[in-house]
Design a protein around this ligand. Structure first.
Ligand SMILES: Cc1cc2nc3c(=O)[nH]c(=O)nc-3n(C[C@H](O)[C@H](O)[C@H](O)COP(=O)(O)OP(=O)(O)OC[C@H]3O[C@@H](n4cnc5c(N)ncnc54)[C@H](O)[C@@H]3O)c2cc1C
Length: 439
């Protein structure tokens, strides 16, 4: 461990002290680094944009490979809408490339700062039962394995092998290049409206009929912003979806001040949630047409700790009602929003939605100006509810499961572990997070 060197993740939830930090720009450099690490018996940890708040991207030794310079377009096949990029390329760059070529990504999460390899390695998802998570929009990827060889995973050639490896948690080797299936250009027609919590709970079937659907529940307000969107070819509205005053000032600067003030007296959190709901979520949107990138994403600047689990979709109502009761009975005063999203069954072995249409429920603890706020047992209490409903934790976020519990949630866990042992027998890519998961 080199105490002088440090690398901090986006949410400042951990600091890594590797022996060296390197910024390769070519595949040859990645291969050479792997061979050197093998010869000198050193560890490698690859990081994308460091947006995971779990310890998945943390390391204490060896090489930390930061991919910020590994972000070029390698090949574009316009006829088949296939884009191949270096793995450190951000979703934002890919989305903008698609826009410039009158194409799009089929689905996106709330931000696009992530690297494509970080996003697929953790099973990053958007929302909408009719549209897959990002890992399923990948057609092929190249992996540099622990012996420095290149191995191609291509779903057109070997679908089961591809699905076993695509959500890899960084455990199998270095993802070098990624080929993404883009789709025809579309705009999003967005509608938002306020419902009360019970009304929303009775209307969960909308998740099956809306093309894209998610909702934000503001605890202690009884209010939910129901967001739905559909693809359209209508022109985008001339007035931008994004305004500095709404998205940056109200959504981040003002909220952060409120979060900091309420950190001294939790009793004021419900009042803050009411004010922020009114300012941010209550104003309705009616048939607003925006490009897909603006439609899915939000500027998120306030550091945060998030716990998000995927639960089988049929458990959604029961779980949300239990969380509501928990907040009342245990008098937890908590930050808004609780975010509810949906994803179709995913074929990737370690996707949180593996084998079943899934509802994702995320709870949040902000860190205003870096201040860590202790919510006592809130996260653990909600984890217990998720666990009672076969919840699978997002790999990039908080969990309290043991490895045995996690293994029991994934039918292909052993198969994945076998592949990991084959590709990386000396555990070059295993950090403490992965050691906790696999034998
Ligand atoms: C504000 C915010 C909003 C978010 N919104 C969403 C959302 O809407 N939906 C969602 O599902 N998630 C969301 N996330 C989680 C985020 O998508 C994941 O943390 C994702 O992994 C981040 O990508 P990254 O490039 O930062 O990866 P990192 O955090 O840097 O790395 C994650 C893992 O991927 C591995 N990895 C990265 N690149 C490679 C490579 N080339 N080869 C091998 N392994 C690699 C790392 O070793 C590590 O194990 C959000 C996170 C934040 C902070």
């Amino acid at each position: 461990m080199n105490k002088g060197l440090k690398w901090i993740n986006w949410s400042h939830s951990f600091i890594s002290h590797p022996d060296q930090i390197v910024y390769p720009a070519t595949e040859q450099e990645l291969v050479q680094l792997t061979k050197t690490a093998k010869d000198t018996n050193q560890k490698i940890k690859v990081v994308g944009s460091g947006h995971s708040c779990s310890l998945i991207a943390a390391t204490k030794s060896g090489y930390l490979i930061d991919l910020k310079n590994y972000n070029k377009v390698i090949h574009f096949d316009a006829t088949n809408k296939l884009l191949t990029v270096q793995s450190g390329t951000s979703l934002e760059k890919i989305a903008n490339f698609a826009l410039r070529n009158k194409l799009a990504l089929d689905n996106l999460g709330t931000i696009v700062e992530q690297s494509i390899s970080g996003a697929i390695s953790t099973g990053t998802h958007g929302s909408g039962l009719k549209h897959d998570a990002i890992d399923q929009s990948i057609v092929a990827f190249t992996l540099i394995t622990a012996n420095g060889h290149l191995k191609i995973f291509d779903k057109r050639l070997n679908l089961s092998e591809f699905n076993l490896a695509v959500v890899s948690l960084g455990a199998l080797g270095i993802i070098s290049s990624v080929t993404i299936q883009l789709v025809a250009d579309y705009h999003l027609k967005i509608n938002t409206t306020t419902l009360n919590f019970k009304e929303m709970i009775e209307k969960l079937d909308l998740a099956y009929t809306d093309e894209y659907m998610r909702f934000w529940w503001a605890p202690h307000t009884d209010k939910v912003q129901y967001w739905k969107a559909s693809k359209t070819q209508h022109n985008v509205d001339t007035k931008s979806n994004f305004t500095w005053f709404n998205d940056i000032f109200k959504g981040n600067i003002l909220h952060e001040v409120g979060l900091w003030l309420t950190s001294f007296n939790f009793k004021n959190i419900p009042r803050l949630n009411k004010i922020m709901y009114k300012l941010l979520l209550e104003p309705e949107t009616k048939d607003k047409v925006v490009n897909f990138l603006d439609g899915f994403t939000l500027p998120i600047l306030v550091k945060q700790k998030v716990m998000e689990y995927g639960i089988p979709i049929e458990e959604t109502k029961a779980v949300l009602l239990k969380i509501n009761t928990l907040l009342e009975e245990k008098n937890h005063r908590v930050h808004m929003p609780i975010e509810i999203r949906f994803a179709p069954k995913d074929d990737a072995a370690l996707s949180m939605a593996h084998g079943t249409p899934t509802c994702y429920i995320g709870i949040i603890a902000y860190k205003p100006y870096g201040k860590v706020i202790d919510f006592g047992t809130y996260f653990k209490d909600v984890h217990d509810i998720f666990a009672a409903h076969q919840g699978r934790p997002h790999w990039a976020k908080v969990t309290f499961y043991s490895k045995e519990q996690l293994a029991a949630l994934y039918p292909k866990w052993k198969e994945f572990n076998k592949l990991k042992q084959q590709l990386d027998p000396k555990e070059m890519f295993t950090n403490d997070f992965l050691k906790r998961l696999f034998d």
